[in-house]
Design a protein around this ligand. Sequence first.
Ligand code: SF4
Ligand code: SF4
Length: 166
Amino acid sequence: MANAISLSPWSTVCLVARRTQKTARTKAEAKQSPSSVGFGRRRNEPLWRCVEGCGACCKLDKGPSFITPEEVFSDPRDIELYRSLIGPDGWCIHFDKGTRTCSIYNDRPYFCRVEPDVFESLFGINKKKFNKEACSFCRDTIKAIYGSHSKELDNFKRSTSSSGFT
Ligand code: SF4
Ligand code: SF4
């Protein structure tokens, strides 16, 4: 989700993923087929980075086409915490819409952090695929929130294209 400088949300991560996201697996699937370890990025593979002025992943209630907290979290406390963050308009109550930043960035929940360990534990995504999958998550989320022809999506593509993302 959003960070103090740029949004680096990630309650997001999670609930950012669309039901149709082919690479995201359910908790049960992840347990049946644990991800391998090892984090790295091959030459010309995308390098994920959050961009300023986005915050798309801080829209926590994205509608029925997105996976629910119950489908992502194993711990009921995570579900409760996630739902407690959702404001009346679906955006996180800690999201500053004026600056598009997280007002509790340093203390944001773990699931708001776009990190290999979080992706692996929540989605069963191999750490080696973190950059590629994180970019995919962001693209899908930004499209859903701001649109396929939004400046936010253009900014994200421009930011990641320098690292090989297309
Ligand atoms: S706590 Fe809210 S505003 Fe902050 S990163 Fe998470 S979802 Fe975004
Ligand atoms: S959708 Fe991606 S680029 Fe946008 S604020 Fe969230 S993590 Fe950052």
